[in-house]
Design a protein around this ligand. Structure first.
Ligand SMILES: Cc1cc2nc3c(=O)[nH]c(=O)nc-3n(C[C@H](O)[C@H](O)[C@H](O)COP(=O)(O)O)c2cc1C
Length: 303
């Protein structure tokens, strides 16, 4: 029979399916649709030390086979997270992972230290790839020197599982995966959104208040898949595949490209039960093809 469990750093996931940060709230929003504890992990909204209002509206635009967003890490900060959100989400019977963001290295470090004190958060996803903030975010993740600095500083103060989320807005993403590995990350996740733009030709003005924003959804899948494949070849730590996963077949493609686990993002806006369907579909694929665990097919393509 099929055993779906996978290991990422010190984490044991009951299956390789997680939710992508910013697309699944804090999980509670989806509780009415399915048992969110049935997922391998829930990665909650991007969190910062101080509260943030995010960017002005409009900050979403639909595009062919995708969407652009410029939410800009809207969240109520770590104090609110500790007192109001944590008590609710720490009851889930799965791994709850916080997506950590900052404007400078000290921000990232201070936030990480606070999260390490929360017993039921077994891992963080270090977001050095947000394209929608003026300071920090993608600026860290698209420069090899600053990427190394921030990963090192966070690793120094964090002993649990550290996942580093990489930006696709670079020429050679594998290079950043290698840096994360060298600095002690337990895993890398990729991709964050691709920088894009849309214009309203009637108004002759950009559709987003920030002019540019992050592209996600099926439109980015081939790019994400290529980047996962390139990164998985370059590192020995687990790679978590993200980008346009709409169903189990898409997830299997990412695993075959070298991902040990996957995240479902934009798809949850269209069909809120996508992540649970992906869990079932991966199990069916493995069973049908005579495999016993997701590990049997990681990077298992004939080239
Ligand atoms: C509305 C929205 C908000 C997002 N917020 C975050 C965030 O706070 N932190 C983060 O690391 N990624 C964030 N992302 C990126 C997703 O987690 C994911 O990496 C990206 O959307 C690609 O996956 P997808 O095509 O399956 O959506 C956000 C994406 C969307 C669409």
């Amino acid at each position: 029979m099929v055993d779906l469990s996978v290991k990422i750093g010190k984490l044991v996931l009951k299956n390789p399916v997680m939710t992508a940060s910013g697309t699944f709230g804090y999980g509670a929003e989806f509780d009415d649709f399915f048992d969110v504890s049935s997922l391998g992990a829930i990665i909650v909204k991007g969190t910062t030390f101080e509260p943030r209002e995010g960017n002005p509206y409009p900050r979403m635009a639909e595009t062919p086979s995708g969407m652009l967003n410029a939410v800009g890490l809207q969240n109520k900060g770590i104090d609110y997270f500790e007192t109001k959100i944590y008590p609710v989400i720490s009851r889930y019977e799965t791994n709850v992972i916080v997506n950590v963001n900052g404007s400078n290295i000290d921000d990232y470090v201070q936030l990480t230290k606070r999260i390490e004190k929360l017993e039921n958060i077994p891992a963080i996803e270090l977001n050095i790839s947000c394209p929608n903030v003026k300071m920090g975010g993608m600026a860290f993740g698209t420069n090899t020197v600053s990427a190394r600095e921030v990963i090192r500083a966070v690793r120094d103060v964090y002993s649990r599982t550290l996942i580093v989320k990489l930006s696709p807005n670079v020429t050679n993403i594998a290079e950043f995966g290698v840096i994360a590995q060298e600095e002690g990350a337990d895993a890398v996740s990729l991709i964050n959104t691709l920088l894009g733009m849309a214009i309203d030709i009637k108004e002759r003005r950009p559709k987003l208040s920030t002019v540019t924003g992050g592209l996600s959804g099926p439109a980015v899948k081939p790019v994400a898949l290529r980047m996962v494949w390139q990164t998985a070849k370059a590192v020995s730590i687990p790679v978590i595949g993200i980008g346009g996963i709409m169903n189990a077949d898409d997830a299997v493609e990412f695993i075959l490209a070298g991902a040990s686990a996957v995240q479902v993002g934009t798809a949850s806006f269209i069909n809120p039960v996508t992540a649970s369907e992906v869990v079932k579909g991966i199990a069916e694929y493995l069973q049908l093809n005579g495999f016993h665990s997701p590990g049997d097919i990681v990077g298992n393509i004939k080239i």
